[in-house]
Design a protein around this ligand. Structure first.
Ligand SMILES: [Zn+2]
Length: 303
């Protein structure tokens, strides 16, 4: 399973009630873990109060629920306890908590073994401002991460196996070569468009897209905020066949690749292949297929 798929899966499982910053950070955790060969599945994110109470009902009697003012559901005293929090006490109902487990590379098996990889994911999360339920006293909640904004740096694991195990490098064949070219191109503007250097992994994600928007904004001399809004659209130039703007052409070619179209190269030369790819992109997006990239086409590139 690609990192993109894991991230998409996470977005779905997190649900719509997540705080944007937390959602973004969870995707970063997945990405960083993936780069280390650890495959993180997000099993849960935002929950409504009713959903949380349903989980809380496990291991409790109806009388216990009623004593806490929880009505409308029955206790399930014979079930295993999954949470100590009910109602809005759970950070899942605040959209700042997720639960995770690990999976194998093809995502066919999920596992809940708190091993080195599991703890590494927790350490990555803690370095990004999350608290880990595995650190809790009392009810230990190993799958649980919640955002507190407090960054904790974990020392590297020092336990060494008695046998030296060489881990093969992560194969470099996963990502798309053309997306890598786009990422390398964008990385040429990290300072000017002020973004953190992208990992050149060939995977399309929010970071690559935001970086592309920032580069667009730097090129068109509008406020660089990574959001393609009205001002960005209004500032978009017209880029077409034969243009001498190679940097603009590269951005166009890169965004064609990003959107699944093939201009046959990211070389900064706006020739017939690029025209054909632009036309195909425009047609697929309900635009006039004239092969000329203007505001409407740029807007679709970054949509
Ligand atoms: Zn949780």
């Amino acid at each position: 399973m690609s990192v993109e798929k894991l991230k998409q899966e996470a977005i779905e499982r997190m649900g719509s009630g997540m705080k944007a910053i937390v959602k973004e950070k969870v995707l970063d955790i997945i990405e960083q873990a993936y780069a280390e060969g650890i495959y993180v599945l997000i099993t849960s994110g935002y929950r409504s109060v009713a959903e949380q109470n349903k989980l809380f009902a496990k291991s409790r009697t109806t009388a216990q629920l009623r004593a806490l003012g929880i009505t409308g559901i029955e206790g399930q005293p014979n079930e295993k306890k999954v949470t100590n929090a009910y109602g809005t006490l759970s950070n899942h109902t605040q959209g700042i908590a997720v639960d995770y487990c690990l999976t194998n590379k093809s995502a066919t098996t999920s596992y809940w073994v708190v091993n080195k990889d599991w703890r590494r994911v927790a350490a990555i999360a803690k370095s990004m401002g999350f608290a880990w339920g595995g650190d809790w006293k009392g009810f230990v909640d190993n799958p649980h991460l919640e955002y507190t904004g407090k960054i904790t740096v974990e020392p590297e694991e020092t336990k060494v196996d008695s046998v030296i195990v060489t881990t093969p490098n992560k194969p470099d064949t996963d990502g798309d070569a053309n997306i890598k070219k786009l990422q390398t191109f964008l990385n040429g503007y990290t300072k000017k468009a002020s973004f953190t250097k992208l990992v050149v992994d060939g995977y399309k994600g929010p970071k690559t897209k935001t970086a592309a928007i920032r580069v667009f904004q730097y090129f068109s001399d509008v406020t660089i905020d990574g959001v393609f809004g009205k001002k960005s659209k209004a500032a978009a130039p017209t880029v077409k066949k034969g243009t001498t703007w190679s940097k603009w052409t590269r951005l166009v070619q890169g965004m064609l690749y990003y959107n699944g179209f093939n201009p046959q190269g990211l070389d900064g030369v706006f020739g017939n292949d690029t025209v054909a790819a632009v036309k195909a992109f425009q047609k697929a997006n309900g635009l006039v297929a004239d092969g000329v990239v203007g505001p409407a086409t740029f807007a679709k590139f970054f949509a």
